[in-house]
Design a protein around this ligand. Structure first.
Ligand code: C2O
Ligand code: CU
Length: 513
């Protein structure tokens, strides 16, 4: 009827149709915009409880694909691994339970107000202080840490940053254990196989908990001891905007006799990179717990330490009664020696380049024989993460939780190409392994093997790194700007044939980021 009347009276038909179109067109337009957004929004929501094994999609890096049922790239929460052989639980990946501990430590985590530089800051303590106590061990020791949560409402865990522990001891809530609730306990046992500077921190709701000071240092010295007369740790941390060393918003003064050599272990526990420089010459002895091979004396160059990274500097106190001043930022310094050296030295224009520092020595494996090659391309794109709209970090073009699950088998030689197209710096941290830098922006490394667990990747930079898959389990591979991690800059490395009984979220409310 409408059709015939409109045929007869086209003008009237048009005029009567206009109000209809005015209503329908905006509705259609709205649906056209909202429907895909709604789909994206719902696709970005993570289930109330899920296994990390189901996160994202499997990436075999061109290696053997043992899982015919494995999902290809592009799917959402589809990375289910259907094993042809029964899989082992990562809870079995522990040290010999019969072996007694050499170093035993009790740590109690609390949520409380801290006093930093005369200011009150809400934060966390370990055994009543932030940073918590330094754990010291000798290479080869079995360290046993008994953690109790006294008052941290969200629960806690301890992750041993830079220590290649057995997977069940990695301290990632929802992946390797449940978050420890108030009144709960957890015992960590691992062997300190590598001498060097490390740190521990919570990996439950890690962004506020680490920023709030739930952390401490872990130092492993070689059996033969160290060559320096004085050994000091300097934990750099910013509490509520206030820069500190070992929890104090002031210089760390270390009384040392003229002529003596000092090893300063700088640990960057903040979310951003820091720059270290001195008023004299120094040697960079170790990076991320691995010795530099034949480190030479450095003058007029700063050292950049990415978030989570450590640098062991050696300085010699001059014989003339002056002191060595090591700036950890413009505001804080380690001053070694007699009194003096009160004025910050000028900051050098250039950084020491670890791509060429020290001299080469064999890696112990051949990256050219790589059996897996992965890309870790960091970008930024609009979309939804955890139901929230925004410009989010992407990994290989995908947003969390549809991120790659890098699959390896024990014994694989793995090469990973990391590229930062996101416009911001990212401290890339792989758990359970150290990686060696092969090249930066295509330029091959030519100095000492540059082994890291935390790598500063600037905007527009690319790195090729390599490692041997020699520590089975399920390992986070994430940005250590923990704000970025909470925004979804998280992927995982998993060994085929392993599974976890833990769930993200779930009854323990596990929130690793
Ligand atoms: Cu310092 Cu995922 O850790
Ligand atoms: Cu980042």
């Amino acid at each position: 009827m409408t059709a015939s009347s409109s045929r007869r009276r086209p003008t009237a038909g048009v005029s009567s149709g206009r109000p209809v179109l005015k209503v329908v067109l905006p509705i259609l337009a709205t649906i056209a915009i909202v429907a895909p957004l709604a789909w994206l929004w719902q696709a970005s929501r993570v289930p109330g409880s899920y296994s990390v094994m189901d996160m994202g999609y499997l990436d075999y890096g061109g290696g053997a694909m043992h899982d015919p049922a494995g999902g290809g790239p592009g799917g959402h929460m589809q990375g289910h691994v259907h094993h042809s052989e029964p899989s082992r639980l990562i809870t079995d990946l522990v040290v010999d339970t019969a072996r007694p501990a050499d170093v035993r430590v009790d740590l109690v985590a609390r949520q409380q107000t801290l006093t930093v530089g005369g200011r009150s800051v809400s934060g966390f303590t370990v055994n009543g202080t932030s940073p918590g106590p330094e754990i010291r061990a000798t290479q080869g020791d079995l360290i046993e840490v008994h953690l109790r949560n006294d008052s941290v409402a969200d629960g806690v865990t301890l992750h041993w940053h830079g220590v290649d522990v057995p997977n069940a001891m990695d301290g990632v809530a929802g992946v390797t254990q449940d978050a420890v609730p108030i009144g709960g306990e957890f015992t960590y046992r691992f062997v300190a196989t590598q001498a060097g500077s490390f740190w521990y921190h919570s990996h439950q709701v890690s962004n506020p908990q680490v920023a709030g000071g739930l952390l401490g240092s872990l130092v492993v010295t070689p059996k033969s001891g160290i060559a320096q007369q004085v050994d000091v740790s300097a934990i750099a941390h910013t509490y509520g905007g206030l820069r500190t060393i070992n929890g104090k918003a002031e210089d760390l003064r270390v009384p040392v006799h003229p002529g003596e050599r000092v090893r300063v272990r700088v640990i960057n526990t903040d979310n951003g990179p820091m720059t270290i420089w001195t008023n004299g010459s120094y040697r960079l002895l170790a990076v991320d717990g691995t010795d530099v091979h034949q480190p030479t004396a450095v003058t007029g160059r700063s050292v950049t330490l990415t978030a989570g990274a450590r640098a062991d500097l050696e300085a010699q106190v001059p014989g003339d009664g002056t002191a060595v001043r090591i700036q950890l930022s413009k505001a804080t310094a380690v001053v070694i020696g007699p009194q003096g050296a009160d004025v910050p030295p000028p900051q050098p224009d250039h950084d020491l380049d670890l791509l060429t520092y020290g001299s080469p020595t064999p890696l112990g494996f051949d990256p050219a024989q790589a059996t897996r090659r992965f890309d870790y391309l960091v970008g930024r794109r609009p979309g939804f993460v955890k139901g929230r709209p925004g410009m989010w970090w992407s990994i290989n073009g995908h947003l969390f939780p549809n991120v790659p699950m890098y699959v390896v088998r024990e014994g694989d030689i793995v090469v990973m190409h990391i590229e930062n197209r996101s416009g911001e710096v990212h401290p890339m941290h792989l758990h359970g392994h150290h990686v060696v830098v092969l090249a930066r922006n295509g330029v091959a490394a030519s100095g000492s093997p540059w082994w890291v667990d935390s790598l500063n990747v600037l905007a527009k930079e690319s790195y090729d790194v390599a490692f041997v898959a020699n520590n089975p389990g399920i390992w986070m591979d994430h940005c250590h700007n923990l704000k970025h991690a909470a925004q979804g800059m998280v992927a995982h490395l998993m060994y085929e044939g392993f599974d976890t009984p833990y769930r993200i979220a779930g009854p323990a409310d596990n929130q690793p980021e």
